[in-house]
Ligand binder design. Structure first.
Ligand SMILES: [Zn+2]
Ligand SMILES: [Zn+2]
Length: 137
């Protein structure tokens, strides 16, 4: 993912392009698995914690990243697929029992759920646990 594509993507999401936002986005692109705030803080240590946090909140609001729920209430963050349908907020989140990395599989179908009257579905998050391709062999 080069800078030009990332800039165009941020602009399309009506997010003003800054070097910090580009670094954060680039960092997400370098990883196939979901990242915690601690991962971001550790590897992007030239950006202060509150700026990082604000950047993540903004990316969530603009549907650039989304939260991946973890056992124990921890939260990790994963990019929405750039080519993904804006209205489809559903994905499968896979956590590896061995290396504890979490992956987002937005293209994997999620089960259709039935909700009572007046309950409105926004996002369907299916949690799957197992061994990732690195750990299963
Ligand atoms: Zn693993
Ligand atoms: Zn996801």
């Amino acid at each position: 993912m080069n800078d030009t594509i990332m800039k165009a993507f941020l602009e399309e999401k009506e997010v003003r392009v800054t070097n910090i936002r580009l670094s954060v986005m680039n960092y997400f692109y370098q990883h196939q698995y979901a990242l915690s705030l601690t991962d971001l803080e550790t590897d992007l240590d030239d950006i202060d914690r509150s700026t990082l946090f604000r950047t993540i909140r903004l990316f969530i609001e603009k549907k650039i990243v989304h939260e991946v729920g973890m056992a124990g209430g921890h939260t990790k963050y994963a990019l929405w697929d750039i080519v993904m349908d804006e209205n489809d907020n559903s994905c499968v989140h896979f956590t590896c029992l061995k290396c504890h990395h979490s992956y987002c599989f937005p293209n994997s179908p999620t089960p259709e759920v039935t909700l009572p009257n007046n309950f409105v579905l926004d996002q369907c998050e299916v949690i799957v646990r197992g061994l990732c391709d690195n750990c299963s062999i």
